[in-house]
Ligand binder design. Structure first.
Ligand SMILES: N[C@@H](CCC(=O)N[C@@H](CS)C(=O)NCC(=O)O)C(=O)O
Length: 198
């Protein structure tokens, strides 16, 4: 059974929501970041960054929320959280999965900490550019790939839920609100919210 290393009220929510969407059994291993558990040698052997979430599947260890999304979606194809290899939608699926860590995460921090960086040097361009592009992608809905919910929605939905609704780091927009309402209506999201509260 997969083991999910998690901490309350953290980015672990992405992985908790993901595992709840699969419907597969998994073991939650509390790694409370308020106690420093994430810097202990046992956990550093799983994620040398000393950050949660992290996953152990047999001998395989995986860190980084988006990578965990990609890995679990492939391990449980019956959950239909990713377009299969060869599906023309797979490119966009991967693009949005990587967009989370490559653009959304740094754009959220830039908006929150208000630091300047030339748009041509910043991998995410600017906060405006990143959120305008996401806004456009969500305009049609209900999900990033249209009617099909995927693990990319978990990565992006959890990320902007964290930044907009939980910590008010960036302003909401109508398309973001509609999307987050759709995420919040999913039973797996609701179960993960309860679990993530600790
Ligand atoms: N890039 C990582 C970031 C994970 C992360 O920042 N985790 C935070 C909690 S939200 C953490 O473990 N912080 C504890 C620490 O750095 O000591 C991911 O996407 O999974």
């Amino acid at each position: 059974m997969m083991k999910l290393y998690w901490s309350p009220r953290s980015r672990s929510f992405t992985a908790l929501w993901l595992m709840e969407e699969t419907g597969q059994p998994y073991e939650r291993v509390l790694t409370d970041i308020s106690t420093g558990a994430q810097k202990q040698p046992g956990f550093l052997a799983i994620n040398p960054m000393g950050k949660v979430p992290a996953l152990k599947d047999g001998d395989a260890t995986i860190a980084e929320a988006s990578a965990i999304c990609a890995y679990v979606a492939e391990r449980y194809p019956e959950a239909k959280l990713a377009p299969p290899l060869g599906d023309p939608r797979r490119g966009k699926y991967l693009q949005w999965l990587f967009f989370t860590s490559g653009c959304i995460e740094p754009a959220i921090l830039q908006a929150y900490l208000k630091f300047d960086i030339p748009t041509s040097s910043a991998a995410w361009g600017s906060t405006t550019q990143t959120f305008d592009v996401l806004d456009q992608a969500l305009a049609k809905g209900p999900w990033l790939l249209g009617d099909d919910f995927t693990a990319a929605d978990i990565a992006i939905g959890a990320g902007i839920n964290f930044a907009i609704r939980m910590f008010k780091m960036i302003p909401a927009r109508p398309n973001f609100d509609r999307y987050l309402d759709a995420c919040a209506a999913r039973p797996a999201f609701q179960r993960a919210m309860v679990l993530a509260a600790g």
